[in-house]
Design a protein around this ligand. Structure first.
Ligand code: 3PG
Ligand code: MG
Length: 407
């Protein structure tokens, strides 16, 4: 995989695919307040490296998952990258003009006005339905229009590398290309988790659904020494062991797969750590009444929204001797302060670990920042949840394959 140092960029237009998919507060047209600008900040080193070498940097990025039949419908419904262009301009200390379209008249005009060292942003690439099309020819036609805007391509959108999308997968095939600094760094960290992790290697998995994570768990049984499972997905694991979980999140169609995973973990001597007590609430609300229940006596009419105090101690204890940690997914509804204690305890315990600690994914990254942990409390905060999980599953990420291939 080539690095940007290998590209001749001075005075040339570089199409930079970044992942600027930041969380926004509000709804509809008022959906313009960035609640965590981590992904924008993580994209700065590559942008600055390119501008510092006199490149004209044309950034292509997606935001959310726009809906609508065509460009016009999607552009009308949003979300627009406007707030991102503004924030990026503030962080760079230079204006970042935003094109009104992705690869049309406005894009060409903005591109033509770029000076050496200048930065401009194309509008949300997912306003073009072809970006995410399953049909190769549709993506190829759009990719050619994007590629025509520049003389080289830099792939730095780590969080989207698992998507076989035109701007991630097809455009690099059409231009001399290289991986950006963020992608290089993220892949380096993931490689050290996979190739020779210092042991014990402990993985903490949370988030809503086991179905999203069974494949990665299966793969991790080969690599990790201990798996701590909390949050929404842990209720299906508890149910698989015969516990009552009341109205807690449950994927009943996954019970068999979960039982197989538990049996396989036993055969391979991988320790699986599950909650021993839960915070059962009367409903899904920030101010819902709640009590702590041991898992053996969880009431049928309650819904678990967080890990109980004994579980917090247990999880911290199971992290204390770790030399390598990967964490993906909050273990409670941390957005509600009353149900944030479990996630805070996990973050706290990981921040004490001496060794490589990796927090993976948008939600977990947002969680630790919202709970007030500084980024330096962790070895690495990944900008990609899905991308890092698919990497750890052992899959080849389409965006990595495209960057590795010759053009
Ligand atoms: C993310 O937020 O996980 C990445 O930006 C990819 O976005 P997506 O899940 O909508 O493809
Ligand atoms: Mg995602």
């Amino acid at each position: 995989m080539r690095a940007i140092a290998d590209l001749d960029v001075s005075g040339k237009t570089v199409l930079l695919r970044a992942d600027l998919n930041v969380p926004l507060a509000g709804t509809g047209a008022a959906n313009t307040v960035i609640t965590d600008d981590g992904r924008i900040r993580a994209s700065l080193p590559t942008i600055k490296e390119l501008t510092g070498r006199g490149a004209r940097v044309l950034i292509c990025a997606h935001l959310g998952r726009p809906k609508g039949a065509d460009f016009a419908e999607r552009a009308a419904a949003g979300p627009s990258l406007r707030p991102v262009a503004e924030r990026l301009g503030e962080l760079l200390g230079q204006p970042v003009p935003l094109a009104f379209d992705v690869a049309g008249t406005s894009a060409r005009q903005v591109c033509g006005e770029l000076a050496d060292g200048g930065v401009a942003l194309l509008e949300n690439v997912r306003f073009e339905p072809a970006e995410t099309a399953k049909d190769d020819a549709q993506r190829a036609e759009f990719a050619a229009r994007l590629a025509a805007l520049a003389t080289s391509y830099v792939g730095d959108g780590f969080g989207a590398l698992h998507r076989k999308h035109a701007s991630v997968y097809d455009v690099p095939g059409l231009l001399p290309h290289a991986a950006g600094e963020l992608v290089v760094k993220e892949l380096e960290v993931l490689r050290s988790l996979t190739e020779n992790p210092e042991r014990p290697y402990v993985v903490v998995l949370g988030g809503a659904k086991p179905s999203d994570k069974l494949a990665v768990i299966a793969n991790l049984l080969d690599k990790a020494d201990r798996l701590i499972i909390g949050g929404g997905m842990s209720y299906t694991f508890l149910a698989a062991q015969g516990y009552e979980v009341g109205k807690s999140l449950l994927e009943s169609d996954q019970l068999d797969s979960v039982r197989q995973i538990l049996a396989e973990a036993g055969r391979r001597d991988v320790e699986i750590v599950l909650p021993v007590d839960l915070v059962g609430a009367t409903g899904f609300a920030a101010d819902a009444d709640h009590d702590v229940f041991p898992i053996a006596s969880f009431p049928a009419d309650r819904e678990s929204l967080d890990m109980g105090p004994q579980t917090r101690v247990l999880f911290a204890d199971k992290l204390a001797d770790a030399k390598t940690v990967f964490w993906n997914g909050p273990v409670g509804v941390f957005e509600f302060p009353a149900f944030a204690a479990g996630t805070r305890a996990v973050a706290q315990a990981i921040s004490q670990v001496r060794g490589l600690t990796v927090v993976g994914g948008g939600d977990s990254a947002a969680a630790v920042r919202q709970l007030g942990f500084p980024d330096r409390a962790f070895g690495h905060i990944s900008t990609g949840g899905g991308a890092s999980l698919e990497y750890l599953e052992g899959k080849t990420l389409p965006g990595v394959a495209a960057l590795e291939a010759d053009a």
